[in-house]
Design a protein around this ligand. Structure first.
Ligand code: AMP
Ligand code: ZN
Length: 464
């Protein structure tokens, strides 16, 4: 398999540290707000990576953190802890906020068929690990205490900017917009490992440590959790492109200084989802979530389908028109697949030749949109029997996770019944008999059938 490695800035053949096994670390969400569909695009990218590796026969162990402390509004050392921002916004404790948004995150994560990682670990549950790393960094002279905080001294490294193509001038933290000078630092690009001094009072999440009562920096969390669960040598570490600097740059600096050797071989970065005003972000404007798309009547898998049509290293612009288009194409594809007659024995040679094409595409830095072309070619191919087609599509769907094969036959009587009820309700609304319209909606709801009024008419969802 070939994969683009941000570290070398080229596509490289993937070679795991241990044969047949892969350790994969994904930076998790900061749970101070809902995850928007841009965040979810990033996790769909990681899900595809994990499932591709599994399809190719690797046993993957995937670890993800939950950032529930220490991520400041600047991504660096200035600004306020995002959890504190949420506390003020919602008048709840930081732990309540974290619990609520972690659950909301995984609800949406599941709706787009992302697999739950093998280990998910909140940053607040690994404080001992960060303390252990920071103590050693202090001992070995990579870190220093100043003004109550502990900082990493980037001048101790030959190659601090290794991940960013050495665009040092663009990267100097002091030169970045919204980032304040900090006179506690020896170099402005040094970064905090542990804060005891915060300009904000009443910081709720604090722990005792040899460096004083305080809280960890965001970057040390991912190094600590990754090393704790995946060991001292890591195959792949991933995130969004905005994580390359400062987050991943700092992770490399502190992890390799702590370990005394190279830490992670492949750095995997997903490009952003944009909206008409630029990069989608939790801190600006309205947050569009997968659940919100669903409330608007869209199938969350149409959003997954939309993401899969574009390469993970390309920016993708979201619009409802594009999503409408994706939903239409996705529904058509599913309906064509549902029309395949399950006939014949599996034709090994044809199975192998299509499967080989699929493997070539996924192995070429996750060329997922090309695998959809393979499915269209397969659908058109009169030389391949129904059962072979269904087996191929079912297998491809282990990576795509688009529910392409209906395992449960759709109950046509039930569909007819729902359609007739929708029509009855439409008539009631046309006659301004809203009481009857509501009664029909409730009647269906009691049977687990939810109606959604959308621009394209009434849609339904059967809740299992
Ligand atoms: P956060 O919850 O802000 O820590 O972000 C979670 C993940 O989503 C990070 O790995 C980010 O790199 C990624 N991310 C943030 N914004 C976007 C976006 N607009 N499109 C794609 N990924 C994003
Ligand atoms: Zn991280």
């Amino acid at each position: 398999m070939y994969i683009y490695n941000t570290l070398s800035r080229k596509k490289e053949e993937f070679k795991p540290i241990e044969e047949g096994k892969v350790g994969l670390y994904t930076c998790g969400p900061t749970v101070y707000h809902y995850a928007h569909i841009g965040n979810i695009r990033n996790y769909i990218g990681h899900d595809i990576l994990e499932k591709t590796l599994e399809y190719l026969g690797y046993k993957v162990t995937r670890v993800m953190n939950i950032t529930d402390v220490g991520h400041l509004t600047s991504d660096s050392d200035s600004g306020e802890d995002k959890m504190e921002v949420a506390k003020k916004r919602e008048g709840k404790s930081a732990y309540e906020i974290a619990e609520f948004y972690t659950k909301a995150f995984f609800d949406d994560f599941k709706k787009v068929n992302c697999d739950y990682p093998d280990i998910v670990s909140p940053a607040t549950q690994n404080i001992d690990m960060y303390i252990k790393i920071i103590e050693k960094l202090l001992e070995d002279g990579y870190a220093y205490k100043s003004g109550g905080n502990v900082y990493f001294d980037i001048s101790k490294l030959k190659d601090y900017y290794v991940l960013t193509n050495h665009k040092e001038d663009d990267m100097v933290v002091g030169a970045r917009e919204g980032v304040e000078e900090d006179d506690r630092k020896r170099n402005q690009a040094d970064f905090a490992l542990w804060f005891t001094v915060s300009k904000f009072e009443n910081h709720e999440m604090l722990w005792d440590s040899p460096f004083g009562r305080g809280y960890p920096g965001w970057h040390i969390e991912c190094s600590g959790i990754s090393i704790k669960y995946l060991g001292e040598y890591l195959d792949i570490h991933g995130g969004g492109v905005d994580n390359i600097f400062p987050h991943h740059t700092n992770e490399i600096a502190q992890s390799e200084s702590y370990l005394g050797h190279k830490w992670c071989n492949y750095w995997f970065h997903n490009e952003h989802l944009l909206d008409s005003s630029g990069k989608m972000s939790k801190s600006h404007g309205e947050i569009l979530t997968v659940s919100e798309l669903e409330r608007k009547g869209y199938n969350p898998l149409s959003f997954r389908f939309m993401c899969l049509n574009s390469h993970y290293r390309k920016q993708l612009v979201f619009s409802f028109e594009a999503l409408d288009q994706a939903e239409q194409t996705y529904n058509k594809l599913k309906s064509r697949i549902s029309n395949i007659e399950p006939t014949g024995d599996i034709e090994e040679d044809k199975y192998n030749s299509y499967n080989q094409r699929f493997i070539e595409e996924i192995s070429d830095d996750l060329n997922i949109s090309n695998t959809l072309t393979i499915i269209y070619d397969l659908l058109k191919d009169n030389e391949v029997n129904g059962n072979t087609k269904l087996k191929l599509i079912g297998d491809f769907d282990k990576v795509l996770s688009l529910d392409l094969i209906n395992h449960e036959e759709e109950d046509s009587e039930l569909v007819e019944y729902i359609q007739s009820k929708i029509e009855e309700r439409n008539n009631a609304k046309a006659n301004k008999d809203y009481a009857l319209a509501d009664q029909i909606r409730n009647e269906l709801l009691e049977k687990g059938i939810e109606l959604m009024d959308t621009r394209e008419g009434t849609k339904y969802k059967i809740n299992k």
